[in-house]
Ligand binder design. Structure first.
Ligand code: ZN
Length: 670
């Protein structure tokens, strides 16, 4: 299963930008909240106010469709999440005691964490949150609730909160364990990993050249006869009340479509939500991929499968966006040269595409983030995920510039560079070139990296199994890293300095070898696909590069620093590894892929880990960041006609969560 999201990391945007967008409001307050390992930011939507009214209305109904699906993801993440959310919010609102009380403070932190995780597990580490308030505080607050707000099953909810071993991990990826039985998400019930694998194996027709993405919109359970069946997410099926609301808003949005193509896209999505038939999803995906001329665009559905240990079921999400016309020039240049990049890539010509089909790329501004993209959000997207649709119809790739800009702005002067980069000249290069090369990295990763290469005939696209996501991200990152240093980028006018890639290389290794470890608890392995990918690449080039005097980790006054001595040599190593990863993907060489992941991507050096955590603790940087959304409000005339949609940026974090729980609860009592 392919996955095409880059999850933004705090360390991805460590530089101070010198190229901030002209539309930036100087006094805009980016930081909204800070708790546990999280910083919540807000983002601006430059250009929204200038859109024609029809496009504003289109965006408005698409944002309503996006918010209407919120409860789906909560329930997918764990079957008790919605009940737990109601309980925690009710306790918080009902609390009348001293708000400086330590138990209350700890409870508030826990509530904020659960809201951020869309449930009781951390969005990134997948571990269950640990409550720091006392059991007696919790029990007394439950007892103080009015009768109608008391949960039906307080026993199980208390167990979820207080028993660390119960449903400990949302998604377990540990090799050798039953990944389904040990994962606490709600995508399977009463079935073992072996049973599910056998079930899908029997469903797959290996001669089908246009296979649907089995399991994408289903929950797999055993029926009363012990037979394995799929329960479908659709109107009349699982999550029907939420999907009905989504469809009602999509229907309104279709009235304001910019053109017939876009109207067809929306209507085909409505059809899919109605039938639940994955053939209809493929039809929608093809239409969506072909809609490249509309200004407004959106995704809404069951898309990425990181939250399924087997990579089958899609987590529900939505992003509504519109094209940033100025910045899109950059990605248009890249995608119009896609064939040149493919033809010059350092992989075996047998694994290259003869012609890169329809990679369309643009830079967008997000208007709303929802489901699996909220509050933590990707900074780039490349969809659809279906391999045969990508091969036949191409794909659409975007970089979300108002999000990367907010990350960049919020990182001003946070002390990161001073702590982890010991060369002042490099710090200066980072300040100057990281914002643009971060964006270029994302562009290259999304529009070229994921779109490059091909499978040899007969190779199963899922051959790399549990390591598929990691290796796919590794491939896309290596493609981007390799070409960031290519003189072609200067020739194309995308960058004005042939050395601009150097701070990007430096930061990439720093992150992959060291600073991303701030997100891992002591003693734990690296598990998330993008983190594994960055570690795999960085550890591999460090091992190869040490011997040739290309790169090393040096200890100076007890602190470890990345030392790149030969940038050309480093680029060649990226090319060498890209060739091998592409071979693994093209041939479906599971054993070689598994060995690379297990050797370089998983295990953490405890000593270096401790050093990174200690150095981080002297800074106030949050390891993870996410966003609150702007608020869109229709303005109506005396006849109730919408005359404008306004956008405001004043809502705070918990108030937004509470408003969403109140206005967009579809699957649970409020
Ligand atoms: Zn990716």
């Amino acid at each position: 299963m392919n996955s095409f999201f880059i999850k933004a990391t705090a360390a991805m945007t460590i530089a101070v930008s010198t190229t901030a967008m002209a539309t930036e409001k100087k006094d805009f307050n980016y930081v909204v909240d800070r708790f546990a390992d999280i910083e919540v930011l807000r983002y601006q939507v430059p250009g929204f106010e200038e859109l024609p009214l029809q496009q504003k209305k289109l965006i408005y109904y698409l944002t309503e469709a996006a918010l209407s699906g919120r409860d789906i993801l909560w329930d997918q993440n764990n079957k008790y999440n919605l009940q737990l959310r109601s309980l925690l919010e009710n306790i918080y609102k009902n609390y009348s005691g001293d708000k400086s009380n330590a138990d209350f403070k700890a409870f508030e932190k826990y509530l904020k964490q659960v809201e951020f995780g869309n449930g009781v597990h951390h969005h990134y580490s997948m571990d269950k949150f640990t409550p720091e308030f006392s059991r007696s505080f919790f029990d007394s607050q439950v007892a103080a609730l009015p009768t109608e707000k008391k949960p039906a099953d307080i026993e199980i909810l208390s167990k979820i909160v207080f028993d660390p071993g119960f449903m400990a991990k949302k998604v377990n990826q540990a090799e050798g364990e039953d990944l389904i039985l040990t994962s606490a998400n709600n995508l399977y019930e009463g079935v073992t990993q072996a049973e599910v694998e056998a079930y899908y194996a029997s469903r797959k027709d290996t001669t089908d050249t246009t296979p649907v993405m089995h399991g994408l919109n289903t929950r797999v359970v055993k029926d009363s006869n012990g037979k394995i069946v799929e329960q479908t997410y659709k109107i009349g099926g699982v999550y029907s009340p939420a999907i009905e609301k989504i469809v009602a808003n999509l229907t309104k949005a279709a009235e304001f479509a910019e053109n017939q193509t876009q109207k067809d896209v929306i209507n085909s999505l409505i059809k899919f939500y109605t039938t639940g038939d994955l053939k209809d999803f493929d039809e929608y995906s093809i239409l969506w991929t072909g809609d490249t001329n509309s200004r407004v665009d959106f995704i809404n559905g069951f898309i990425e499968s990181y939250d399924d240990p087997l990579g089958m079921t899609g987590a529900w999400e939505s992003i509504v966006n519109f094209k940033n016309l100025d910045a899109s020039h950059r990605t248009e240049v890249i995608s119009s040269n896609a064939d040149w990049f493919e033809a010059h890539s350092p992989v075996d010509p047998r694994f290259r595409k003869d012609e890169v089909k329809g990679v369309t790329a643009k830079v967008i501004n997000a208007a709303i983030l929802a489901g699996d993209s909220y509050p933590a959000t990707p900074i780039g997207i490349n969809l659809p995920n279906s391999n045969w649709i990508r091969a036949t119809h191409g794909s659409k790739s975007v970089t979300i510039e108002n999000i990367t800009q907010a990350y960049d702005e919020a990182s001003h002067g946070n002390g990161f560079n001073e702590e982890f980069v010991n060369d002042p000249a490099m710090r200066e290069m980072m300040d100057k070139y990281l914002f643009i090369t971060d964006n270029l990295h994302t562009d290259l990763h999304e529009c070229l990296g994921h779109a490059s290469g091909k499978l040899l005939p007969g190779v199963d696209p899922d051959a790399l199994k549990a390591h598929g996501s990691t290796l796919e991200e590794t491939r896309a990152d290596l493609f981007a890293l390799y070409y960031l240093a290519d003189p072609k980028l200067v020739e194309l006018g995308l960058i004005d300095n042939p050395d601009a890639y150097k701070p990007q290389y430096y930061k990439y290794l720093l992150n992959g070898l060291m600073t991303q470890l701030m997100r891992i608890e002591p003693g734990k392995d690296v598990e998330e696909a993008h983190m594994r990918n960055r570690k795999l690449i960085s550890e591999w080039v460090l091992e190869k590069g040490k011997a040739n005097n290309i790169v090393s980790l040096d200890k100076i006054d007890g602190k470890t620093y990345v030392n790149i001595k030969d940038y050309e040599g480093l680029r060649n190593l990226f090319g060498e590894l890209l060739a091998e990863i592409q071979r693994i993907k093209s041939e479906g060489d599971y054993d070689a892929g598994c060995k690379l992941v297990e050797t370089y991507a998983v295990k953490v050096d405890p000593e270096l880990h401790k050093e990174v955590l200690d150095r981080y603790s002297t800074l106030t940087i949050a390891p993870y960041r996410g966003f609150v959304n702007p608020v869109y409000t229709p303005v109506t005339d005396s006849n109730g006609n919408i005359t404008d949609i306004t956008v405001t940026y004043t809502e705070d974090y918990l108030p937004q969560m509470f408003r969403y729980s109140s206005d967009y609860s579809t699957l649970t009592a409020k």
